[in-house]
Design a protein around this ligand. Sequence first.
Ligand code: ATP
Length: 301
Amino acid sequence: MTTLEVRDLVKEFTLRSGLRRTRLRAVHRVDFTLVPGRTVALVGASGSGKSTVARMIARLEKPTSGTIAAVGPDGTRIKDRHYRDHVQMVFQDPFASLNPFHSIEHHLARPLVLHGRAKGREQVREQASQLLERVSLPVELMDRRPHELSGGQRQRVAIARALAPGARVIVADEPVSMLDVSSRLGVLSLLARLQREDDLAVLYITHDLATARHFSDSILVMNRGRIVERGPADDVILTPQHPYTQTLAAAAPNPELRGRLLSSEPEPQAASDRHHLTYDHEAGRWIDIDAATDSDAAVAG
Ligand SMILES: Nc1ncnc2c1ncn2[C@@H]1O[C@H](COP(=O)(O)OP(=O)(O)OP(=O)(O)O)[C@@H](O)[C@H]1O
């Protein structure tokens, strides 16, 4: 059980144009905590600073100031050299994040060995098979290369790879935005199942308010580097307080969110409350999130 504490996080970039230099504050005084068994969505328009937060958590960028600490169950901060055993990323692009020259087995074996989870060919292969099963992929995919898999299958491999070190905190940066819609909801449902099974702490970064509401417990809304609103997912989406959140919700291509915002309709009760739609831009149609299961398109899609 690991908690991730983000405190007073700031990131500034220096931009050069000819001889001129300017400072861009991409992230400004961001604070939040990820706790086991809970998903927090970080939402905001393009350029609001979401990926910069993710990249700092993944240690791909150094914060200008502030701290990011993984904290163990006994309350002590996890040492830097063990940070990646606990905190792992799933990136947006499953095509770029897997090496085309290596087999699926290699992608899973490497973190298993590097993080001391398995040794010896047999044990590694056995654990890699188990990881594939956990993400609802057939073990026969083990010897294939990434280009022989669909986008959804590749993202499942990326999730299995994130689990391989035994990570307890997963940061998923737009994990489904490059997938077709059938794979998209299956992959989000898979993340939700793994989160429940392993008591993971998850940061789900997205610009899609409908899936943020459906797949998270609470939502942080980011605008121009700052968290401008935070709270339980339903409250933030259905009764947004900050004008920026209201604008995001009003612009969402989702009749349920937009309709609720513009009308004084009472909140729906339990069952219907979980019935959400999201818009598939490529297919040009509405999709029922509740109809998706985590094994959807796992094999074919
Ligand atoms: N390496 C960098 N150098 C300079 N500016 C950067 C760098 N990385 C990000 N930025 C700037 O920081 C701001 C926040 O970018 P970021 O990618 O974090 O936003 P985002 O909310 O994740 O957007 P998107 O959803 O489009 O990925 C943007 O203005 C971006 O241009």
